[in-house]
Design a protein around this ligand. Structure first.
Ligand code: AMP
Ligand code: ZN
Length: 466
């Protein structure tokens, strides 16, 4: 059974075939690194991870690019407001590059906590300024771009069709509240490719149009083409990218190469809070650290994401996330129970499960359905090591690090130490600070009698249930 994916461009679900051989070339719009990525953002990257894993499960090889936007993303996607990086730099009184490095590092730390695979190529916008400049010059040469006092703009009237990705009706928008007032633009929906930097702007580069910086959309077009060619297989992002960012990426590529850059466009729906969007600008965001404070592990959040199909909205509540924490523990316990058992299961039963799992994931990454099959295996009354091995295989797609189930369960026991034990641990820490080794050893023995092993290392003390 082949893999079917929903394509926003054609508005249908169809059989996926790579353009070239067995290699799938993917471009994913990555984070704008001006602040902590929140769990809404990570829904997008969990989806990206699932897509990668499903493609690999189907035997494909991947060449996957994800960008890091460290310049050019303005407060509004439609060329309004300040550059997000510059705004954060002013607020934190730091250099924008320092801000970018700091949040990029934290972003990848959190990706690791979620066991999200790292794309083969990570492309930082500020490392690709000359590629972007070349792209803009090409657009001018091809007659698709023009200069104003603010920058270089893309002329949408030169295209055969705009928009192509969204159903957006341009006239409706003009009639709405947000009428564009830039009189220098030829058409209200022309967008900035390159922006002339105001005097106090920090991130700026020499260009034929003076000191200036790239627009957000040109970054992805230029980096996508550089690493994946003029036409590649899949482009991903959140649904918020459909009407502006991806629409404009398509416009730019058509202006430069005459081609729509990706064959399949995939978009993940929003994680919501209280029925509304979770976003940094609304101030209702949670990070993985916030969840941790509530006793919810990153991988529990990942399994929470699997409760909804990526194309439907998912509402976040702490109750929901807590129950995902319980679920992942049940999954781990179920896996370990199977692993320790030697009962024989007919090969045909295993194959049926494999078949149903494959059908679910190949139906446009239907993770809720796939999880239903996972639970059937976990809860099966017959306990068998074969089921444990089957779950390990499914975990190639789930990415829940099932093999390390014991470690995670032990870690939680560590967190949930009884009060009496916690007090002994505190006393021992104090004794060690005072270099009272005799007392420290005495408490260690006492802890052992109560069923806890203490290990000391350079990083500090760890405690495990015996
Ligand atoms: P940004 O760092 O703001 O450029 O966003 C990074 C990614 O997160 C983009 O693919 C967005 O579409 C996505 N995103 C932002 N907010 C949410 C949300 N609440 N739920 C799901 N994805 C989101
Ligand atoms: Zn992008």
């Amino acid at each position: 059974m082949g893999l079917k994916l929903y394509n926003t461009l054609t508005r249908d679900k169809s059989e996926f075939k790579p353009l070239k051989g067995n290699e799938v070339r993917i471009y994913s719009c990555g984070p704008t690194v001006y602040s902590y990525a929140h769990i809404g953002n990570f829904r997008a990257y969990v989806f990206m991870d699932t897509l990668r894993r499903v493609l690999k499960y189907n035997g494909y090889e991947l060449k996957h690019v994800m960008n890091i936007t460290d310049v050019g993303h303005l407060e509004s996607d439609a060329d309004e407001g300040e550059d997000k990086m510059e705004k954060a730099a002013r607020k934190e009184n730091k250099d924008p590059y320092e801000i970018a490095n700091y949040y990029t590092e934290i972003f990848f730390r959190d990706m690791g906590r979620l066991n999200i695979e790292r794309p083969e190529i990570i492309a930082k916008a500020t490392d690709h300024i000359s590629d972007m400049l070349k792209f803009v010059e090409e657009l001018i040469a091809n007659g698709y771009a023009y200069e104003t006092s603010k920058g270089i703009y893309f002329d949408i009237s030169k295209l055969d069709k705009y928009p192509v990705l969204s159903n957006r009706k341009l006239d409706d928008q003009i009639a709405g509240a947000r009428v564009d007032v830039d009189t220098e633009k030829r058409n209200p929906y022309d967008f900035a490719l390159w922006i002339k930097a105001p005097e106090n702007h920090i991130m700026k580069w020499e260009s034929p149009w003076g000191l200036s910086y790239p627009g957000w959309h040109i970054e992805c077009s230029a980096m996508g083409r550089k690493y994946l060619g003029e036409e590649f297989d899949i482009h991903t992002g959140g649904v918020d990218h459909i009407p502006t960012h991806h629409e404009n990426e398509i416009a730019q590529s058509k202006g430069a190469t005459g081609k729509i850059p990706a064959k399949t466009w995939m978009h993940v729906e929003f994680l919501q809070v209280d029925g509304g969007k979770m976003s940094k600008s609304l101030g209702n965001t949670y990070t993985l650290d916030t969840l941790k404070e509530h006793g919810i592990e990153p991988l529990a959040y990942k399994i929470f994401c699997y409760t909804a199909h990526y194309r439907t909205k998912l509402n976040f509540t702490f109750e929901g996330a807590m129950s995902a924490q319980k679920s992942i523990n049940r999954l781990r316990e179920g896996y370990l129970n199977h692993l320790e058992s030697k009962q024989e299961v007919p090969q045909s039963t295993i194959e049926q499960y494999e078949q149903r799992f494959l059908e679910a994931i190949n139906d446009d990454l239907n993770m809720p359905l796939a999880m239903g099959i996972v639970w059937e295996v976990v809860r099966n009354e017959v306990k068998s090591e074969q089921y444990a091995k089957l779950l390990e295989k499914f975990d190639e797609v789930l990415g829940l690090d099932i093999k390390n189930s014991k470690k995670y369960l032990l870690e939680q026991e560590k967190i949930e130490l009884p009060e009496e034990i916690k007090q002994l641990v505190e006393k021992r820490t104090l004794a060690r600070q005072n270099k009272d080794w005799a007392l420290s050893d005495k408490i260690r023995d006492e802890l052992k009698e109560k069923g806890y092993n203490v290990k000391d290392s350079k990083e500090g003390m760890t405690i495990e249930k015996i």
